[in-house]
Design a protein around this ligand. Structure first.
Ligand code: SF4
Length: 222
């Protein structure tokens, strides 16, 4: 089995196990009914999701969008007030400043539209390649490999890649996965990393892709 066949088989198995998989701002209670999964809301939720859990992202984005529902409202909001609303997501001062500034830039330079180009997206504050890929993938339907800590860690454990940085993982995964599966990588690996392949204590004994995983074989070399 070559790398393309292996990652396709892994994604098939994970999609059967995890159904809809991950989505920015989707908590254990599901997607928030308080905001639309459009590029603007997904961009803000993905910034909020940095270095925190889904439940905290959901809480912070709901609080923010209940008070300030539009890009214009956030752009003219008091940064301290925004920070207080998004406190559940952590790093409130840094994230509030970035979110307000993003809204101001999108209004001033992009006619209130979130750009789809990775180079343009990554000019925005707190938007790196991972956040850009999440917005493109989840809100715009553009195939993108969004590499967070789960995807980077598991791709190396599985032996799909041998990399030191998320950027290198992104490049390698784009080389082996069919383009139409790029967005599935984040969707399913993140959910698997949150529920089965836990950081530091993977539950290989109950893992559906154990036969396709190098680490699984090392732990049970039958
Ligand atoms: S077999 Fe173990 S290391 Fe491999 S993906 Fe499953 S839980 Fe993670």
């Amino acid at each position: 089995m070559n790398g393309t066949e292996r990652i396709s088989a892994i994604l098939d198995a994970l999609s059967r196990e995890h159904g809809e998989g991950a989505y920015p701002g989707r908590s254990s209670e599901g997607l928030s009914p308080r905001w639309e999964p459009d590029p603007f809301h997904v961009l803000v939720a993905t910034i909020l999701s940095q270095r925190t859990r889904d439940d905290n992202t959901r809480k912070a984005s709901d609080r923010l969008f209940e008070r300030y529902g539009t890009m214009d409202e956030i752009a003219s909001a008091d940064i301290g007030d925004v920070a207080e609303l998004i406190r559940p997501a952590g790093f409130p001062a840094q994230k509030a400043k970035a979110i307000v500034e993003c809204c101001r830039i999108l209004i001033r330079d992009y006619g209130r539209a979130v750009p789809s180009d990775t180079g343009e997206l990554t000019k925005l504050p707190m938007v790196g390649r991972k956040t850009a890929a999440c917005v493109r993938s989840y809100a715009m339907g553009i195939p993108s490999v969004c590499v967070d800590t789960h995807v980077h860690r598991m791709s190396n454990l599985m032996g799909l890649v041998d990399t030191k940085t998320p950027e290198a993982t992104e490049t390698e995964l784009m080389g082996i996965a069919p383009e139409e599966r790029w967005s599935d990588i984040n969707r399913y690996m993140v959910r698997h990393g949150q529920t089965v392949c836990l950081p530091g204590r993977p539950r290989c004994d109950r893992c559906t892709v154990r036969a396709l995983c190098d680490e699984g074989a090392r732990r049970d070399p039958r």
